[in-house]
Design a protein around this ligand. Structure first.
Ligand code: ZN
Ligand code: ZN
Length: 281
């Protein structure tokens, strides 16, 4: 058995029979292998559906501390729990306006109004009337916070109304309509680090999901109703269909997960994270 040690960015393989004296004398013997650097960190702040079952809070995902995918009410408490840096946040992508996907914003704004500072604008991207809906819900929850924020934080709202590739403050991403039982909803494909992440939000299995997944390294997709065929949502059966039709190179990560009876076989192409899990690629 060999002993492995991390020194800086390198993994050093130390054969068991060698002691440290040997290494000093025969440094040329040590095998040094460069470890590939991770360029993408995915933090699962919440992984549950709207009913928040089985110890899963409402789904929200943080990419490299810079990009937030949906803003559920668990965002602020779980970012604090994991010591994530609020000042790095630059983009929030909202897939649609169900409460489990954007009712975290009044709490986030409250934090930015009193506790956190951001040295750059915050870009919020979402479907039709994104600014109006967020302002309305924030005014209902904490009156005065939007006013107070004006002196502390510049927010750029960007409305997505159709499929397309957009450039918001230098970030080029693709938006594709999803099938969420009649609700206006978009999935997004976003370059992060040296990977591309596609995120469906809530959806049924539809052409848009395949379009989103065709050009991505990682697909984060919902599993609201694991064992039932509910229109506008995914089930395990639909995930299976998707897996069979996608290239094996596409990593599927399940999110917005309902109650699962039994085990899900996870492999390198199908991952079921829990709340507060951090994955690196
Ligand atoms: Zn939802
Ligand atoms: Zn929804």
């Amino acid at each position: 058995m060999n002993v492995f040690a991390y020194i800086g960015e390198y993994l050093i393989n130390i054969p068991e029979h060698q002691n440290s004296e040997d290494l000093t004398e025969r440094s040329g013997y040590t095998e040094i292998t460069e470890i590939p650097k991770h360029t993408l960190e995915i933090v699962f702040l919440g992984t549950g559906n709207a009913f928040s079952m089985a110890n899963r809070y409402w789904g929200s995902i943080l990419l490299n501390e810079r990009i937030l995918l949906d803003a559920s009410p668990i965002v602020v408490p779980h970012m604090k729990h994991l010591n994530r840096d609020f000042s790095k946040l630059e983009y929030i992508f909202l897939t649609h306006f169900h409460a489990d996907h954007f009712f975290g914003l009044p709490f986030l704004f409250l934090d930015f109004a009193y506790l956190q500072t951001l040295g750059h604008p915050l870009n919020i991207i979402g479907p039709t009337k994104v600014e109006e809906k967020i302002t309305h819900v924030t005014n209902l929850g904490f009156s005065g916070v939007i006013e107070k924020l004006k002196n502390r934080l510049k927010i750029n709202y960007f409305e997505v109304t159709q499929a397309g590739t957009y450039n918001v403050s230098g970030l080029k991403f693709t938006a594709i309509p999803m099938d969420h039982a009649g609700t206006e909803a978009y999935g997004y494909r976003i370059p992060v680090g040296d990977k591309t992440v596609a995120y469906t939000g809530d959806t049924d299995l539809c052409a848009g999901v395949f379009e989103l997944a065709a050009k991505t390294d990682i697909l984060i997709i919902e599993l609201s109703n694991p064992h039932d065929d509910v229109p506008g949502h995914m089930s395990l059966q639909k995930i299976q269909k998707l897996r069979e039709r996608l290239s094996p190179d596409v990593q599927i990560i399940l999110n917005h997960v309902g109650l699962i009876s039994g085990e899900i076989t996870q492999d390198k192409n199908l991952i079921l994270p829990k709340d507060l899990d951090v994955l690196e690629f």
